[in-house]
Design a protein around this ligand. Structure first.
Ligand code: PEP
Ligand code: MN
Length: 340
């Protein structure tokens, strides 16, 4: 249920109403915009007399919330959410704060990671990505460096100051991610509906969670996965469109669903980013799809960059060289200026 409060209503009266709703065991989400205050009620709202609520002098309107996604719903929070890192420092994400996340698919060595980190930072990236735990289709392929890879990410963060984004695959590694203060925890497409993992991410951390769309996930399923994290206490979720599985297999790894960006931006206040690398599987398609994603309204881009794509241990075909990334980053700046 959404309760819109009349502008300039006395704070004490609003607080009194919130306390009364709290006592009914409802979760009350408060949104305070410039001249707008909205109370979003989650829980058994049947116990509320809507007419009585409407009759209060501070209440402008009351409407039912029929959507299944609640905490992520823009009706609850009309402005874009702006996420901060748990450290309270570093770049913000969303609401005009653009996340340019770049780095290798997999952490392979200190030289590789720190070299790429320096290059992408110089080119304008404000986050470093790199997989330490890798979900590979084949068990015979490189599975990632694991904890040793996380250590290298920490070194690259210390050397460059770039906050790090890396994938958590298993619940049993969550404590390690928290101890190591991983800045943004990525949940990959294969784990988007691992609800136990999502619940625990809600309960145990306030670090932003970069939640990828499932391989064949609908937009609503992505939002419901975000709800699992938010309903359990962590509201810092970044949604990521990374291409979905369609009948096209020959010319693109996945099909980039760019319409998901404006659809999601309309439905939710959470930041929405695009990963053109996994969406296409082809480095030559990454620049045009990046620019298209930004034109569609994306709050950020996650792109794979490798110093030696031909010999990359994972996803070389879709990885940009540092030079190509620098060229793309300059174009991103020009496009964002033009769109302002
Ligand atoms: C990745 O970002 O390295 C990755 C494995 O992505 P996805 O989960 O989208 O396949
Ligand atoms: Mn990859």
């Amino acid at each position: 249920m959404i309760v819109s409060i009349r502008p300039n209503s006395p704070k004490e009266k609003i607080n009194h109403l919130i306390k009364w709703l709290d006592d009914k065991n409802l979760i009350v989400k408060e949104f305070h915009g410039n001249d707008q205050c909205v109370l979003g009620l989650i829980g058994n709202t049947k116990c509320i007399d809507k007419d009585m609520l409407k009759s209060l002098d501070i209440v402008e309107s009351v409407s039912d919330m029929t959507d299944t996604f609640k905490a992520s719903n823009r009706k609850m929070h009309p402005d874009d959410s702006i996420l901060r890192l748990a450290s309270g420092e570093g770049p913000l994400i969303g609401g005009g704060h653009f996340a340019l996340i770049a780095g290798p698919c997999s952490v392979e060595s200190r030289e590789q990671l720190v070299g790429i980190a320096r290059d992408v930072k110089a080119a304008g990236a404000n986050f470093l990505r790199g997989g330490a735990f890798k979900p590979r289709t084949s068990p015979y392929d490189f599975q990632g460096m694991g904890s040793a890879g996380l250590e290298l990410l920490l070194e690259a963060r210390a050397e460059t100051g770039l906050p790090i984004v890396t994938e958590l695959m298993y619940l049993h590694n969550l404590d390690e991610f928290i101890e190591k203060k991983i800045d943004v925890i990525q949940i990959g497409a294969r784990n988007t509906q691992n609800y136990d993992l999502l619940k625990e991410l809600g309960k145990s951390t306030q670090a932003p969670v970069l939640l990828k769309r499932g391989l064949a996930g609908t937009i609503k399923e992505l939002l419901m996965s975000a709800e699992y994290i938010m309903a359990n206490g962590n509201e810092n979720v970044i949604l990521c469109e990374r291409g979905i599985r369609t009948y096209e297999q020959d010319y693109a790894r996945n099909t980039l669903d760019l319409s998901a960006v404006p659809i999601l931006k309309n439905l939710t206040h959470l930041p929405v980013i695009v990963d053109p690398s996994h969406a296409t599987g082809r480095a030559d398609l990454v620049p045009s799809m990046t620019l298209a994603a930004i034109a569609a309204g994306a709050d950020g881009i996650l792109v794979e960059v490798h110093n030696d794509p031909k010999n990359a241990l994972c996803d070389g075909a879709q990885s940009l060289t540092p030079e190509a990334f620098a060229e793309l980053s300059a174009k991103i700046d020009r496009l964002r200026d033009a769109l302002r």
